[in-house]
Design a protein around this ligand. Structure first.
Ligand SMILES: Cc1cc2nc3c(=O)[nH]c(=O)nc-3n(C[C@H](O)[C@H](O)[C@H](O)COP(=O)(O)OP(=O)(O)OC[C@H]3O[C@@H](n4cnc5c(N)ncnc54)[C@H](O)[C@@H]3O)c2cc1C
Length: 332
């Protein structure tokens, strides 16, 4: 019997936006673990997942269970639930937390049922009461009241938590976690469900790498709908649209538009960088533009420091104003 009181956070890393909730949960798990003398563990299941191991290590995980296998390269709820069940049966965590994303809701319910334990869905807060019980706070009766739920007997105690309920910790590149690599359980299969194919629609536009004008959008644009305006701006300026990795992961833009270390290398004469922080992996793909205009709410963002003209403003509003102005001047 494992005496350790471990709090597990299951990584939802399918894109950067969903991943935020995992980082938020790691921060909360750290707070709870400090009070109950527990250990914060992240669980990473998939294939080619090293990036996320590093990310969770830098955000408070003290131990990371990594199940990296080709069988897990595509997410299938049945498969992942069985893998999580087997891991939990072996290691016996006290608490399992998962973000209340579509991935987390699906996975947590299946895993809880397989483990014969309960699940509090959609929590908005978590705390330890005076008796040290783990209290899960979740809206009930259509959000008209908040229920405080405790599990007196069943373990692990499982909860999904709404994104945004907690703040993540700052990235600490010097943090080190114990990394435990595991194979998937023998005979793992996905409840008879098989993924036949998975395909993203390709980008058909002009070659981004040779474009003289590039409008590059980042997470600061806020939504896919707002990002779409960049295409209109690019059309008016005779340029191409580039994107950062979070934007591509969120499916606001096609993978072929990714600019940076893992994507296209661009060499525009004019670069418009909207809502982009300027991470080294991104700027590594930009060769010395003649002129750079950056728009960011944060004047200290690297991209703002690098720009010839730095505009401290909302990126979407600036994009709309430019489109209006260019149209008024007859560029359309
Ligand atoms: C191995 C590896 C390879 C990678 N390769 C790449 C790569 O090839 N390309 C790439 O892009 N990334 C890559 N990354 C990811 C990279 O580290 C950054 O996470 C990413 O570039 C950040 O994208 P972003 O600037 O859109 O988002 P963020 O870093 O979140 O920045 C968003 C910016 O928007 C600003 N903002 C917020 N709201 C507004 C608003 N309303 N108006 C204006 N500004 C606003 C914020 O101040 C912030 O500066 C890689 C990472 C790893 C680990």
């Amino acid at each position: 019997m494992n005496q350790e009181r471990a709090i597990w956070v299951v990584g939802d890393y399918r894109n950067y936006f969903q991943n935020r909730v995992t980082l938020q949960l790691l921060a909360k798990a750290g707070e709870l673990a400090a009070k109950m003398d527990g250990t914060v563990c992240a669980v990473v299941m998939g294939h080619g997942v090293e990036e996320w191991v590093g990310e969770y290590q830098a955000h408070g995980a003290q131990r990371i269970y990594v199940m990296d296998h080709p069988l897990l390269s595509e997410y299938l709820p049945g498969l992942f639930a069985r893998a999580l069940e087997s891991l939990a049966r072996q290691r016996r965590p006290e608490i399992i937390l998962i973000g209340a994303t579509s991935f987390g809701k699906e996975l947590a319910a299946r895993a809880a049922s397989r483990l014969g334990t309960g699940l509090t869905a959609d929590c908005v807060d978590l705390y330890l009461d005076q008796e040290g019980r783990f209290v899960q706070v979740a809206p009930a009766y259509g959000g008209n009241l908040l229920a405080e739920i405790v599990f007196p007997r069943h373990r692990p105690q499982m909860a999904t938590v709404r994104p945004g309920a907690f703040a993540e910790m700052p990235h600490d590149a010097s943090a080190r976690a114990e990394i435990i690599r595991l194979d998937p359980p023998a005979g793992l299969s996905g409840d008879g469900v098989r993924l036949v194919s998975c395909r993203r629609l390709g980008y058909q536009g002009e070659d981004l790498e040779n474009a003289k004008v590039v409008i590059c959008g980042g997470r600061g644009l806020g939504s896919r709908k707002k990002f779409k305006n960049l295409h209109e701006l690019a059309r008016l300026l005779g340029g191409e649209v580039g994107a950062t990795r979070p934007v591509v992961h969120a499916d606001w833009a096609e993978e072929e538009r990714l600019v940076g270390q893992a994507g296209k290398h661009i060499k525009p004469r004019l670069l418009f960088s909207l809502g982009v922080s300027g991470a080294i992996q991104h700027t590594a793909g930009i060769a010395d533009p003649e002129f750079t205009i950056a728009v960011n709410k944060n004047p200290l963002a690297v991209m703002m420091q690098k720009a010839d003209v730095a505009i401290k403003a909302d990126a979407h509003q600036v994009a709309l104003a430019l489109i209006r102005e260019l149209k008024a001047r007859g560029s359309s």
